[in-house]
Design a binder for this molecule. Structure first.
Ligand code: NAD
Ligand code: ZN
Length: 375
């Protein structure tokens, strides 16, 4: 097939009856070590009145650290510390929104999320639910949000998920784990300060960093690939190789991983993730396994689908002395295993991206069970 023709066919995956998808992007971003101290200046023009606070949702790992003294609090602003031990839930979003509505007469001027993907997703969801009625679970899906969200700012403190740039906020709901994908989800402002990632423990650095690496592999090897996604995916992959297989100094490594996360997120915006993400959703739904670790646990066994990518992943693990936990699925009941398989198989666009339109002929429940049993 001629290359041009191939590209047009692939791009059609992003085309609906009304034309190509028109993606919103983060309109403002500031990057650089120490840029966190510009936050006060950035927020000032967004303050509506002394009664309309800025609410800072902060990973509780920063409680009692010097970062808290640097939060530019004014008037009745509030800090809410939140644990990232578990992935965000729709009911948690509802509770936060109820609390904010109860405590303040006026709607907040803004929501600022400071932390990893967990806190970034919570900040996005809370800002949506403050202006859209009902509970968070109602909006899990695609384009169900009708009103613009409250001004919201994302400040990542660990790199890899791409949540800082994405159009989704992934939430665990009463009956599904699914994002609120909408034009009102992306942040209005992102602040990328690589110094904020200084205290990340090594294992977690690897797991969340591998989320980015796996985004690249799944996007670049998917059938939805197009020049837009490829350009970002290739850059992100190049940065991941430098960070995880090179010998960069720590500062350069932090800078580059933060930008890899951004590019990886941009790459999947106009394509999709694949097999590891589909299966990791199943793991997370049944066992609560966190996204980064779940992706690694699955990806290590996906040679059949991503031979080169999995090979490089093992080299990265070796290079950093990473040992993944084992026996995760050992004690699963049959019904839990079946749920895991059906949640995974429910991620249709991911399978279609990974294996093509006829994906159902290539993957079966038994095959998934076989892979899960290795984990
Ligand atoms: P996380 O937010 O779950 O945090 C992981 C751990 O790192 C936590 O213990 C946290 O306290 C700690 N941590 C974070 N920053 C730290 C720092 N500077 N110093 C010390 N410890 C620090 O991690 P994550 O991997 O970034 O996010 C995972 C979440 O992101 C999942 O809920 C997943 O569903 C979501 N996600 C969202 C998107 C999206 O596009 N919206 C994409 C991928 C993943
Ligand atoms: Zn991911």
């Amino acid at each position: 097939m001629e290359p041009e023709k191939e590209l047009i066919i692939k791009l059609d995956k992003n085309k609906s009856n009304t034309g190509y998808r028109n993606f919103p992007m983060v309109p403002r971003v500031v990057f650089g070590n120490g840029c966190f101290d510009q936050l006060g200046e950035i927020l000032l023009p967004k303050r509506k009145s002394s009664e309309a606070p800025i609410i800072f949702l902060i990973d509780d790992v920063f409680e009692d650290t010097s970062l808290i003294q640097r939060i530019p609090l004014l008037f009745n602003d509030q800090i809410v510390f939140i644990s990232a031990d578990e992935e965000p839930k729709t009911e948690q979003v509802d509770a936060l929104v109820a609390k904010i509505k109860h405590e303040f007469q006026e709607p907040p001027s803004g929501i600022v999320g400071i932390g990893g993907g967990t806190l970034l997703d919570l900040a996005k969801a809370v800002s949506i639910l403050l202006t859209n009625n009902g509970c968070a679970a109602t909006y899990q899906g695609w384009d169900l949000v009708s009103k613009p969200s409250i001004y919201h700012v994302g400040i990542p403190t660990i790199s890899g998920t791409g949540a800082e740039v994405s159009r989704t906020t992934v939430l665990l709901g009463p009956d599904k784990k699914l994002g609120i994908n909408s034009d009102f989800t992306p942040f209005d402002q992102v602040l990328l300060d690589p110094d904020l990632t200084l205290g990340v423990p090594k294992q977690q650095w690897f797991y969340t960093g591998m989320d980015c690496y796996i985004h690249c592999i799944e996007s670049l090897n998917g059938t939805y690939l197009n020049a837009f996604s490829q350009s970002y995916g290739e850059k992100a992959l190049e940065l991941c190789k430098e960070v995880f297989l090179g010998d960069l100094c720590p500062e350069e490594s932090r800078d580059k991983l933060m930008m890899a996360s951004w590019h990886g997120g941009m790459s999947i915006a106009y394509s999709q993730v694949g097999v590891a993400h589909a299966m990791s959703y199943g793991l997370s739904y049944v066992l609560g396994t966190k996204h980064g670790l779940g992706n690694c646990l699955v990806f290590q066994h996906l040679q059949e689908f991503y031979p080169e990518g999995v090979d490089m992943f093992h080299r990265m693990m070796q290079y950093h002395d990473i040992v993944l936990p084992t026996g995760i699925c050992r004690d699963l009941s049959e019904s839990e295993m079946n749920t895991m398989i059906s949640v995974s198989l429910g991620m249709v666009p991911l399978w279609e991206n990974a294996l093509g339109k006829d994906w159902k002929t290539k993957i079966t429940p038994d095959k998934l069970k076989h892979i899960f049993n290795k984990i």
